[in-house]
Design a protein around this ligand. Sequence first.
Ligand code: HEC
Length: 242
Amino acid sequence: MKKCIVSVLMLLMPLAVSASGGAGNLDKVYIDVSDQASLQRGARTFVNYCLSCHNASFMRYERMATDLGISEALLREEMMFASDKPGDLMVTAMPAAGAKTWFGVVPPDLSLTARSRGADWIYTYLRSFYADESTTTGWNNALFSNVAMPHVLYQWQGTRAATFEGGGVADVSSVRYQSVVPGTMTGREYDAAIRDLTNFMVYLAEPAKLVRYEIGFWVMLFMGVFIVLAYLLKKEYWRDVH
Ligand code: HEC
């Protein structure tokens, strides 16, 4: 009986984990790590706007450039601000102690965030910032209440105020945004840019996915050819039986 209870509890465990992950009302994002152009655009945003605070310490610039088809010249000119060697890990120049004083928390390493939080979470999070006078940074987030991160892409999205339906708690399902200062991008363009960034973070969390895609293609091709051969052989063997 005890064993039975334990196994039921273990079965329910994933539910508990996903429940603690917070909001069930995440916006869905279409992820496609075989879309190299999207990954390149996401990488550009990532190195320009995120690496100044966050690390992606499992990734080297060189590996990223090779995987995403980025030339070394472009890599050096436009994507390497925190370092000067392509073989370096993608780590921020910001000292952790300083970050702790400035933000109250050290910005977490983003290498595996797409796995721990999920792509939909990241996509929703980066589109849920709003201006809030009551916080230290002047920004708040409907998905991550009182987040210590400022809205670093506010120039793209513009400044927005938020109200919550029924005066309820800050929550993505009841939020209504009002534009205060328009951004340089339209809503659609901003969503597309965040989709690319999220796509890149999914790649970052599992670079081997790209290799698997490639192997997958050859495996499928082999299977296709093999099926044809096997069929022809079967026909040959059974010809005299019928
Ligand atoms: C000015 C510094 C700064 C910049 C630039 C910055 N962040 Fe952050 N970020 C933070 C801090 C600080 C936190 C921790 C927030 C907290 O715990 O309240 C954070 C948290 C996050 C989280 C939540 C991680 C988790 O699992 O809790 C994600 C995702 C994230 N940042 C993504 C990004 C992306 C993508 C960019 C680039 C567009 C970016 N950040 C740029 C400071 C920054």
